[in-house]
Design a protein around this ligand. Sequence first.
Ligand code: SF4
Length: 196
Amino acid sequence: MVGCYTNRMHDVPADMLAKIASEIHACTACPLHATRTHAVPGEGPPEARVVFIGEAPGGDEDLQGRPFVGRSGQLLRKTIRETGWREDEVFIGNVLKCRPPNNADPVPEQVEACRHFLMAQLVILRPKVIVTLGRHSLNLLISPELKITKIRGQHIKKNGQLYLPTYHPAMILRNARLEPEFRHDLAKAKALCERS
Ligand code: SF4
């Protein structure tokens, strides 16, 4: 699936992202399509130097069709601003594009059905740094073996792509003592963007 997007390099990236978004809105490849209100493709400009990837939309995101707009999303967006980015210069998305009922963890079959959308988005975006938020994006994009508590804050280069794993902001809401580490990690991602 990724190849069909890379073969369209004469298309402008914004149009390619919009095409992927329209395919996500029409997707029925896994059972989550039946319970979603809106699919949530992700948002941000094609020239974004940093991409934040969480696990799946929650209730607020499902209602609005936008990523990270609930309580944990507000924390993420506030921390992004306080780190020195404008919200409109970063791309924010998820591994899954539709909400699992009751905010259940993504299951492997759902991730397998959906992953090509994220991979295609990343091929188009080609960001300097991908910040993985929580274990699901860490395990999909970097390695299924890694534990977030062991690896967070350490930048990793894989296949030429720079990654910075950190906590999911929902974890920070559950444990405010982790917030300084979360802030530190976003500041490190900003520094990596600026020097790489
Ligand atoms: Fe399609 Fe992904 Fe939504 Fe499943 S979660 S229906 S694969 S867009």
